[in-house]
Structure formats: structure tokens, C-alpha cells
Design a binder for this molecule. Structure first.
Ligand code: AMP
Length: 227
């Protein structure tokens, strides 16, 4: 959303796999007029559609490794050029390396970076219980947010699956990759006074509300009573 005093809300969500980035992003964009741009969702959509990009990245993602900076930046550059991102965006899962963060600085003026802080133990717990609808991509959790009927999406009736990269071996690898390549971004953005740290172990609604209360923008719509 464009704001006369602060400019567009160009937001980045940082945090390890299992921090709740996807869930919190969905909750945030219902309050902020910006598109939720998830590099992981874009790659998975390309894999499902069987595009050249999908074939290029499928094996890497399945192993829990990072897609190359070159390919990832090209995908995000194109997405940020779309009309709906002109007034702001919420990036989820990008950037993940210093090179990607530098590329983003050259593309756009980031207004805030939200770091969802969670321990590795909690991240593993959350990821191992995560299930995703194959049809509408809704996210469930076997313990924290079970579907009404086991294995079936409440919203659309589609089948729920575990992502390949949510299996234990890939998860451990993703966390190692995160600590090696992505945690330096916390320092990168802190130095630029853009970082907002939030306790990602809290329930997603509370995380959302803390973020909305601290964003350096007036783009948030007022909270509806009871929401
Ligand atoms: P996510 O849904 O964000 O956990 O992303 C799933 C997978 O997609 C990651 O484990 C990576 O293999 C790949 N991926 C997503 N975003 C990026 C990125 N910014 N850079 C490199 N690889 C990425």
C-alpha cells in the first residue's frame, strides 16, 4: 500500500524453515494491501506446472538445498516488476543469501525486514507436523491446526500431503543451510536499521499483531473486533 508519508510497504519476512513465515504472511496480507510473494511457492508452482524452471529446480528443492542466486533473483525480479507489486510487497523466503539481499537493494527500497525468531527444536517440531493442501496450498499442522477430517483440506476438500523437503533428512539440511547462508542477513538488515525482531514461537495471530503494531508505515487497516 502506498502511503503519502512513508512510501510503499516493501516488506521482507526472514526466519528459518518452520518459523511460520507462510502462515504469518497470509495473515498480514489480509491487513496490508500488498501481494504475498513467496519464492518457495513460486518454485513449487513451476514444478507442478512442469515448466523449464520447475524442471531446473525440482531436485535441488527436494534435497533441501538452495536454488542458485542467479535463478532465484531472476524469478523475483520479474515478479516485483508486475503491476500488483508497484505499491508494495511482502516477500517470504527471499532473500536467503547476502548476494540475494544485495540484488534486492538494487531492485527496490526495502522498508522493513521482520525476523521471526524460533529455536531449531521448535522449527523441526512445526515442520514435521506440517501438511499442505495439494489443491489450494492451505497450510495445516497435525497438532496445532489439524484439519477437521484427517488428510482432507477444510477449505476445498483437496488432499493434504507432506512436502518432500519437510521430511526429516531434508529438514535438518535446510536448517544447516539456513544457519550458514541466511542468518548473516539479520546483521545485514540490522546495520541498515531495517530489522524488526519478533518472537516466532507465539501464536501466528499474535505475531501478526506485533508486526502490525511496529511497522514503520500506516498501511495497516484497523483490526476488526475479535479478529
Ligand atoms: P520455502 O517454501 O521458502 O521453504 O522454500 C522451499 C525451497 O525452495 C527452499 O528449501 C529452497 O530449495 C527453494 N527456495 C525458496 N526460496 C529460495 C531463495 N530465496 N533462494 C534459494 N532457494 C530458495
Amino acid at each position: 500500500m502506498e502511503d503519502a508519508h512513508h512510501g510503499p510497504s516493501n516488506l521482507v519476512l526472514l526466519g528459518p524453515p518452520g518459523a511460520g513465515k507462510g502462515t504469518v504472511a497470509e495473515l498480514l496480507v489480509t491487513r496490508l494491501d500488498v501481494p504475498h510473494i513467496s519464492s518457495g511457492d513460486m518454485f513449487r508452482a513451476a514444478i507442478r506446472a512442469g515448466t523449464g524452471l520447475g524442471r531446473e529446480v525440482a531436485a535441488t528443492i527436494k534435497r533441501g538445498e538452495l536454488v542458485s542466486d542467479q535463478v532465484t533473483v531472476a524469478v523475483i525480479r520479474e515478479r516485483l516488476a508486475a503491476k500488483d507489486a508497484a505499491g508494495g510487497y511482502l516477500l517470504d523466503g527471499f532473500p536467503r543469501t547476502i548476494a540475494q539481499a544485495e540484488a534486492l537493494q538494487a531492485l527496490s527500497k526495502v522498508s522493513a525486514v521482520i525476523n521471526l525468531d524460533v529455536s531449531d527444536d521448535l522449527a523441526v517440531l512445526r515442520i514435521s507436523g506440517r501438511r499442505v493442501c495439494t489443491a489450494d496450498r492451505e497450510i495445516y499442522h497435525l497438532a496445532n491446526r489439524p484439519p477437521h477430517v484427517a488428510g482432507v483440506c477444510d477449505r476445498c476438500g483437496g488432499p493434504l500431503i507432506q512436502r518432500d523437503d519437510d521430511r526429516p533428512a531434508a529438514v535438518r539440511h535446510r536448517l544447516q543451510v539456513y544457519h550458514r547462508l541466511t542468518t548473516p542477513l539479520v546483521e545485514f538488515y540490522a546495520r541498515r536499521a531495517l530489522l524488526l525482531g519478533v518472537d516466532g514461537s507465539l501464536p501466528a495471530i499474535q505475531v501478526r499483531d506485533q508486526i502490525l503494531a511496529h511497522l514503520p508505515t500506516r498501511g495497516a487497516r484497523p483490526l476488526a473486533a475479535g479478529a
